[in-house]
Design a protein around this ligand. Sequence first.
Ligand code: S6P
Ligand code: ZN
Length: 196
Amino acid sequence: MSEAPQAASGAEAPVRAGLDLSTGLLSGPEVVVSVRRLASLRDYVREPEVLDTMDADGEVYRVLAFEPAPEGVPGAVCCATTVLQPGRVGDEYFFTRGHYHAAEDRPELEVVVRGEGFLVLRGADTAAWYEPMLPGSVHHVPPGVAHRVANVGEEPLVFLSFWASETGHDYVAIARDGFGARVRCVGGRPALVAGP
Ligand code: S6P
Ligand code: ZN
C-alpha cells in the first residue's frame, strides 16, 4: 500500500507572473507593458501618407513581457503576450515591426490565443513566406529567421511568444530592408504581396 504523500518542508515561493488562460494576458509585478502607437510605425508602412491622415496616438499593439533575466543575459526563458489590434493603413493590415534575433542560433515559439493573423517569416537570403495564425495554432520560428505578425481579422489578435533570455533583438535590418513582402487586402482577402 502506498503511503500518503508528505508535504515538503520549506518556505512557499511567490508566483512571479500569471497568465489568464482565457484572454492570454500576462500580469504580475514583473510584467513590463510596452505600447506601440501608430505614429511610431510611420517608417514601416507602405503608405505613410495614409497613416498621416489617421489617429497618430492610436494603439496598434502592446507587449506584456515577463523576462526573468535581462535581455542578452543567459539563464532564463522569457515569454510575452502581444495584443495586436485589427486595422489597416490603406490596404496593409496592422503589423508588428518584426525583427531578427541578435543571437542567430536562437529560435522562438508562438502560440495563438485569439484572433486571426499571418506570421510572416524571412531568412537573410530567402524570400518571405507566412504561416496562418488561428486560435490554438503553434508556430516555430527557426534560428536566423526574421518574424513579423499581421492581424488579418476583425478582433484583436492575441499570441504568446517564448524565447531564451540570451536571444536579444535586432530591429535594424528589418527597419532598413523590410520583409520584401507585405500583408495586404487584395479583393477583400488578406494576401502576402511581394514588394518593398
Ligand atoms: C520577441 C517576440 C515578441 C515580439 C512582439 C512585438 O522575441 O517576437 O514578443 O517582441 O510580438 O514585435 P516586435 O517586432 O515589435 O518586437
Ligand atoms: Zn522574436
